[in-house]
Design a protein around this ligand. Structure first.
Ligand code: ATP
Ligand code: MG
Length: 359
């Protein structure tokens, strides 16, 4: 087992990617490692012609992944948009891994992201010593992607200031990046494109300018449709996390996952699953991603400080932490839910007790 804390998708799934390459008979766009069909198989999982089993990465509508992959073959860039924790970054990483064999060309968008971190910067020592030259130029992931014909990922695009976002316009429409200081330009090699992610909770921070919007195809990643789908996502992610962290706890108890997903879905929608009781929703997002980390935390608690079996007591603190983000408002919401819903469920007595004990 590798000692790297978190391997890139192309490292972690190297075996699957290799198997896909071997059996892939589809036509590959220039500089793509796989055909579009094989990329979708990598994302959605499936059995290959030689019997090799590819694990699903994205759980949800196949159509969305097809649209995303098809977009990347065109001259438009791809924007993955949606609520927090809907697998935008996850899908973006896997797309880059499957298509370019490299998911590391990444720019993390923040309010402080500057034009230099998108276009290019200078090594000032060299710049002063030698004047502007290729050697003094500091390449960004964007330049490297353009030169190598690879996908470049921009995380949280809408957190970047509008004027800085607009540096992407020339890159996306002309597929070239002028370097006036050297009187030259970098022309993108086929295979280059951009995958951006944006969170709709950040809406209004910096909207995407309309000029830029026209250069992106937006794919909205939804919150999991059904309870079963969400349970499936949590279970799979927890199992793989468990493998990587070598946690001593037993297999994730499906019953506990089901209860957490139930709590999250009910509070998120403001209604109990049976549709009978209206609830107040807390301020946090209670995303699938948070459900995953609550279970992971619970497993660590059970493994190190419990008897190895995942129980309500191992999860209570995590659930409360996810629900109560605002100490006043959310605390009230949680109290009410605890007393009016959790308490009344006969087979949830242990959850009720565990939550009461810590609140
Ligand atoms: N539909 C899904 N299929 C597979 N995994 C999912 C799905 N939804 C969420 N996940 C899991 O949730 C975790 C978090 O996803 P990710 O970080 O990609 O969210 P995000 O949409 O980028 O959120 P944010 O807006 O906060 O950046 C990932 O580990 C991913 O496996
Ligand atoms: Mg993200």
């Amino acid at each position: 087992m590798s000692t790297i804390l978190r391997q890139h998708a192309e490292q972690l799934f190297a075996e699957e990617l290799e198997a896909l390459q071997k059996t892939d008979s589809g036509k590959r766009p220039a500089n793509w490692k796989l055909s579009p069909q094989a990329v979708v198989t990598y994302l959605m999982g499936g059995k290959l012609s030689n019997g090799f089993e590819v694990s699903p990465k994205y759980i949800g509508q196949r159509r969305l992944m097809e649209i995303a992959v098809a977009t990347l073959t065109t001259d438009r860039a791809l924007l993955l948009y949606g609520l927090p924790g809907t697998a935008k970054s996850w899908v973006s990483e896997h797309l880059a891994a499957a298509i370019s064999g490299d998911s590391t060309l990444i720019i993390q968008g923040t309010a402080g992201t500057s034009e230099e971190s998108i276009r290019y910067g200078w090594n000032y020592a060299k710049l002063l010593a030698e004047g502007p030259s290729e050697r003094a130029l500091v390449e960004t992931p964007v330049i490297r992607g353009m030169k190598d014909g690879k996908l470049v990922r921009i995380e949280e695009l809408t957190r970047i200031g509008a004027d800085v976002q607009d540096t992407l316009i020339t890159i996306l429409s002309e597929k070239s990046l002028p370097i006036p200081e050297l009187n030259t330009e970098v022309q993108a090699v086929r295979g280059f494109n951009i995958i951006a992610t944006a969170n709709n909770r950040d809406k209004g921070v910096n909207d995407l300018s309309s000029a830029l919007k026209r250069r992106f195809n937006t794919v909205i990643l939804p919150v999991p449709d059904s309870m079963e789908e969400e349970i499936d996502i949590v279970r799979r992610r927890v199992e793989s996390f468990e493998k990587i962290m070598e946690l001593p706890a037993e297999k994730p108890a499906l019953q506990e996952i089901r209860r957490i997903v139930t709590i999250f879905r009910e509070l998120r929608s403001g209604l109990t699953l049976d549709g009978k009781t209206k609830l107040k929703s807390p301020s946090g997002t209670l995303s699938t991603a948070e459900a995953i980390s609550v279970v992971n935390n619970g497993l660590a608690m059970a493994g190190y400080f419990g008897d190895g079996q995942l129980k309500a007591a191992d999860l209570a603190a995590g659930i409360m932490g996810a629900v109560v983000k605002d100490p006043v408002q959310d605390q009230l919401v949680w109290r009410e839910y605890l007393e009016t819903v959790i308490k009344t469920r006969d087979d949830w007595k242990d959850v009720y007790r565990a939550c009461r004990d810590i609140s």
